[in-house]
Design a protein around this ligand. Structure first.
Ligand SMILES: C[S@@+](CC[C@H](N)C(=O)[O-])C[C@H]1O[C@@H](n2cnc3c(N)ncnc32)[C@H](O)[C@@H]1O
Length: 270
């Protein structure tokens, strides 16, 4: 698979500086935070922990983590463009590209949700994250398997079904042209094992959303953020207007992509 566009750009396929990004990132938090929080609770995030949130986006998880680790713990939120994340006494916000950053070591938990799938250098980055863990620390990598496309549970019309499928084809192809790997989530466990982590385990989940909620709002937001690329892929302005109406229609029911949450622990030397 090619990992470069004609202009040679690779990496994240959206842009936090766009007007739509605040909505998009907030929808992600609403859809995914409950599941990720459950994983983080299970691995024992609590008072005093040192945690890093990679590609923290809206910072919803960062803010929740800050509450969990208070009063003595610390959360570092890293993002290419951290404009939506709020710093605080126990939250440090760092702007930068995780592919070129020196990370603070001895982290008890590092979480990277919906970041590695976007980066052609995902395996090197994962290795670097594993090294930044304290002995016994846990890496949480959560990514969508977007190769699973059986997402339409109920559709108001054949035309609505067709629009959603064309939109998905065009958006995911654009992501691939930027170096995203839509099936990487299924291979994260192997990559963790290669990085020397132990107790590697994965949870896979999805749920359905009516038009006007959850994943439907996210797709709508994505269609606005990447309108130019969708038009270039052959969708018309009328198609996109109709798609956005369909995504608000309560007769529509879509499943989210399959979310793979993979965890692995850095061994404690004997
Ligand atoms: C799809 S959003 C996910 C946000 C959040 N983790 C969530 O799941 O709600 C991806 C985030 O990762 C950030 N990001 C993408 N590539 C990055 C990189 N190379 N280094 C640091 N952050 C990156 C983006 O700016 C964006 O905020």
């Amino acid at each position: 698979m090619s990992t470069t566009t004609t202009d040679g750009q690779t990496g994240y396929m959206f842009d936090n500086a766009t007007d739509e990004a605040a909505h998009q990132l907030r929808h992600l938090g609403e859809i995914l935070d409950p599941g990720t929080r459950q994983t983080l609770r299970e691995i024992g995030v609590g008072p005093g922990c040192r945690v890093t949130d990679i590609g923290a986006g809206a910072g919803t998880l960062t803010a929740w983590l800050a509450d969990q680790v208070a009063p003595d713990g610390h959360v570092t939120a890293v993002d290419l463009d951290p404009r939506h994340i709020t710093a605080g006494p126990t939250v440090t916000v760092r702007a930068g590209d995780i592919r070129n950053m020196e990370l603070e070591g001895s982290q008890q938990v590092i979480v990277a949700r919906l970041v590695l799938m976007h980066l052609p250098e995902r395996e090197q980055v994962l290795t670097q994250l594993a090294r930044a863990l304290a002995p016994g620390g846990v890496l949480v990598v959560a990514d969508w398997d977007c190769t699973w496309r059986d997402m339409i549970r109920a559709s108001p019309s054949p035309r609505a079904t067709q629009l959603i499928e064309r939109f998905q084809d065009a958006l995911l192809s654009f992501g691939e042209s930027r170096g995203a790997d839509m099936g990487w989530a299924t291979r994260a466990p192997e990559a963790m094992l290669r990085a020397g982590l132990i107790n590697v385990t994965s949870r896979i989940e999805s749920r359905s959303w009516r038009g006007g909620t959850g994943i439907c709002l996210l797709h709508r937001s994505n269609s606005i953020q990447r309108e130019r690329e969708l038009l270039a892929a052959g969708m018309t302005a009328e198609d996109l207007a109709e798609l956005r109406e369909v995504l608000m229609d309560p007769e529509l029911m879509l499943s989210g992509y399959l979310m793979h949450t993979t965890t692995g622990r850095r061994p404690i030397p004997a």
